[in-house]
Every structure is written in structure tokens, then in C-alpha cells.
Ligand binder design. Sequence first.
Ligand SMILES: C[S@@+](CC[C@H](N)C(=O)[O-])C[C@H]1O[C@@H](n2cnc3c(N)ncnc32)[C@H](O)[C@@H]1O
Length: 314
Amino acid sequence: MASKLLLSQLRNITRPTHHRLINPNFIFPLKNQTFIHSRPYSDAPQPPPVGSKPPPTKADSAPTHKKISSSLNQAELAKFSAIAETWWDAEGPFKPLHVMNPTRLAFIRSTLCRHFGKDPYSAKPFEGLKFVDVGCGGGILSEPLARMGATVTGIDAVEKNINIAQLHADLDPGTSSIEYLCTTAEKLVEEQRKFDAVLALEVIEHVAEPAEFCKSLSALTVSGGANVISTINRSMRAYATAIVVAEYLLHWLPKGTHEWSSFLTPEELVLILQRASISVQEMAGFVYNPLTGKWSLSDDISVNFIAYGTKNTE
Ligand SMILES: C[S@@+](CC[C@H](N)C(=O)[O-])C[C@H]1O[C@@H](n2cnc3c(N)ncnc32)[C@H](O)[C@@H]1O
């Protein structure tokens, strides 16, 4: 029943061909519903394993600063480190991201221009806004955002990625102002950095704790700011296309790039963002046309999807 409700709400926020800004209150009824039973991303307290130490007392846990848990998954980072030199090879392992880029930028331009009241037809619609691109890799997304006028900070946990990103950005005066840092979202939170928009594209499926990661994304966002997250649905169709076809048959990506069990369904993403004070306003799917070799936005969120949300005002 509850998942039916969520599915119908998701249908309302998917974005086929027209812009559709939905009522920001529409997912509030989801609060406190416990309809997802297996939650690898859960931030709910877990029972202690058998034979584990007794829970710490108050005295054990002093000082009282809340420890932000690390989003780093070393096995995932090693995969990206191994292919870091290929970020800007348009025919290399990151070809799918290069080919998808215009489509994801179309979503970002339209949702964020509406959010910030900017003209989507202007050459630099994001002038005056501070964006952070979390898990920026070689800067495939950071660079066009900077060209659209945003003041961009790109962060990645892999140093080689940041070095490549910096080298590439320095080639063009339109991108050389990007601030690239080898760091994590949680470390930026500790430094009390804030941004008008926080973007994390194709990253959440590679982090250790998605729910904690979303809390860090939220903490980096100014009150009333915007968030854009894209990832892959944990559906059978995604297993067949994003893993079997893309990795094993077409060799678009190195085998083992994606772990199906690390994917989140759109319902799960909406929920963990909601728990992190981010309300998803709009969602779209990306679909690939094998005849044209191009991606386009669609209301089919069964494989690749992107979500735009707003940080709740404090
Ligand atoms: C699939 S790539 C996406 C790159 C870029 N966002 C894009 O879409 O063009 C994932 C990136 O996230 C980075 N990454 C993974 N876990 C991370 C974490 N916990 N903190 C920061 N970066 C992370 C990886 O090093 C890698 O560069």
C-alpha cells in the first residue's frame, strides 16, 4: 500500500518532456513510513552483532562532537584510480559519461535556472552562484558548469582524478578558475563550507554509506539551496543493461565497475534525501537510443535517473 503511494508520487515527479515543478509538500506524507525492509543504506540503529562489546557509556563517548562517518569505499576508489588517466579520452571507459553529459546538463540547466530564477537561455545562467561537484572525477561536469558562469568547487577522493581535472581545466581560461580539492563531502562539512547548489552525479552508488553521504550533501547546501543527484536504479533492467550489456557485452565500462547491490531505487533515494532534509522536486530518467547513440531525458526511471531537490529551509 505504502509503496504504491510512493510509486504514484514518483510518477508525479518524473519529468517526461515538459517542465513540471510539483508541489514541494507532496512527499511529506511519506514521513515515518517503514515500507522498505532491506535497507543497506539505513541510518537506523542496527542491533549489535552477537558477541560484540557492550554499548559505550556516556563517559566512553566524550567529547560529545558528532563523528561524521566516512563515505569512502576503498575498493570503489581503487577502480577509479586505476583508470584516472582516461578521464578525457572520449572513446575510453568514461565514454558513457561524456555521451550523457549534454543530457544531464540540460536537466541541470532547466531545474537550477528555475530554482534560482535565472534565464536558461543566457550564456552564463549560473553567474553569481557557488556550486560544488562532489565526486567530480576528471571534471567532465565541473567544466561546463564553470563555463555557464558558476563558481565551481570540484572534489574527489582520488588524488589522481583531481590532478587530471586540474591539468585539463588549466588548458582553458573559462575553466581554470575551478577550485579542485582532493577531499570528501564530510571533510568539507567539517570545514563549514556552504554552496548554493550541491551536485553528485554517478557517485552515490560508489560510497560506503549513502544515507550519511546524503546528510553531508545536505549540510553543504545553504538553506533553500539545490541538490542534483544521479545514479542507477536497483532494478532487473539496470542489471541487464548497465552491468551485463554495458560492462560484459559492449565493454563500455571495465567489468566490475558497478555492484548491482549498491544501487538505490528512486524510492530509496527520495527517502534518504528526505531524512537528510532534502525534498525531491523532480526526477527524470535517461534513455539511450542505440540507433542514434544519444541519450535523452525521459519519464522512464527504470535504469539511469537524476533527481533535483531543495534543501529545506531552517
Ligand atoms: C562514476 S565517477 C563520476 C564522476 C563525475 N561525477 C561525473 O559524473 O562525471 C564517480 C567518482 O566519485 C568519486 N568518489 C567515489 N566515492 C567518493 C567519496 N566518498 N568522496 C568523493 N569522491 C568519491 C570517484 O573517485 C569517482 O571519480
